[in-house]
Design a protein around this ligand. Structure first.
Ligand code: MG
Length: 254
């Protein structure tokens, strides 16, 4: 770039040639290696053996046992959810669970299953949710043959962005979310300098394409643009009263 800018300046200063005579290409002969960047070398990681397996640089948040290693309930105590046969299931009334670690920007993999026995309808069927930084909900719901409001069905950023498609599998079938989340940055007055952004794949299908969030998830009312600044936050899983299950949860900080 420098060479390209320098050349016209020199020519014009000298007044020797007209603008039409400025060569289109840099007079400096370019070689392929002049635009190659070698350092620092890209970090080497080992990908999972098959889709869904944690790569070597992931933090495993739940691998089927020992939920309390990485999770607490809302009070910071041992979570009340049931761990059995490598999966963890919501126990109604015990409240949310949240990661002990707090995160900023990340890639998250989580597998979930709504109850095989279908009961309830609309928001009352297999409802749970994944909250980014304790504030921004990616809805979990049995949205297989179960109409509800479009910005509240599975894969929605609750009450803000409906999913692009309904990629749900049936009740009792394991499903995946792969989330890429960019945390907000704040101005001094507490408003977003850059708002949160989120991309989600459900069962390998893109359902949220780098959407911008207005503010923290609200059940009633408009999400506020002006919120209190917050730093890194936990991943929170919702107890909405339905026995939805989870397995194989891992995260990569970005
Ligand atoms: Mg929910």
């Amino acid at each position: 770039m420098k060479g390209k800018l320098l050349m016209p300046a020199l020519i014009l200063a000298a007044g020797a040639v007209s603008a039409q005579q400025i060569p289109e290409k840099s007079p400096m002969p370019m070689k392929p290696e002049m635009t190659e960047v070698w350092e620092p070398e890209i970090p080497v990681i080992t990908p999972g053996e098959k889709y869904g397996d944690a790569p070597s640089d992931a933090v495993v948040l739940f691998n089927g046992t020992n939920l309390e290693a990485e999770w607490t309930n809302d009070k910071g105590e041992t979570p009340g959810w049931k761990v059995e046969n490598g999966i963890v299931t919501v126990v109604r009334g015990t409240g949310i669970i949240k990661t002990k670690r707090k995160f900023q920007d990340f890639q998250l993999h989580i597998e979930w299953r709504t109850p095989a026995e279908v009961s309830g309808n609309s928001q009352g069927r297999g409802n749970s949710g994944v909250f980014m930084q304790e504030r921004y909900e990616l809805q979990i719901l049995d949205s297989y043959n179960n109409r509800t409001y479009r910005n509240g069905q599975a894969g929605s950023i609750y009450k803000q962005h409906p999913p692009l498609v309904n990629a749900c599998k049936g009740p009792g079938v394991w499903q995946t979310y792969d989330v890429i989340y960019t945390a907000p940055r704040f101005k001094e007055d507490g408003t977003y300098f850059t708002p949160p952004r989120i991309t989600v794949l459900q069962n390998g299908v893109l359902i949220q394409n780098n959407v911008v969030l207005r503010g923290p998830t609200e059940y009633i009312g408009i999400p506020e643009y002006s919120v209190k600044p917050h730093g890194p936050g936990s991943i929170v899983l919702q107890d909405h009263g339905n026995p939805t299950s989870f397995r194989n949860i891992w995260i990569r900080e970005l």
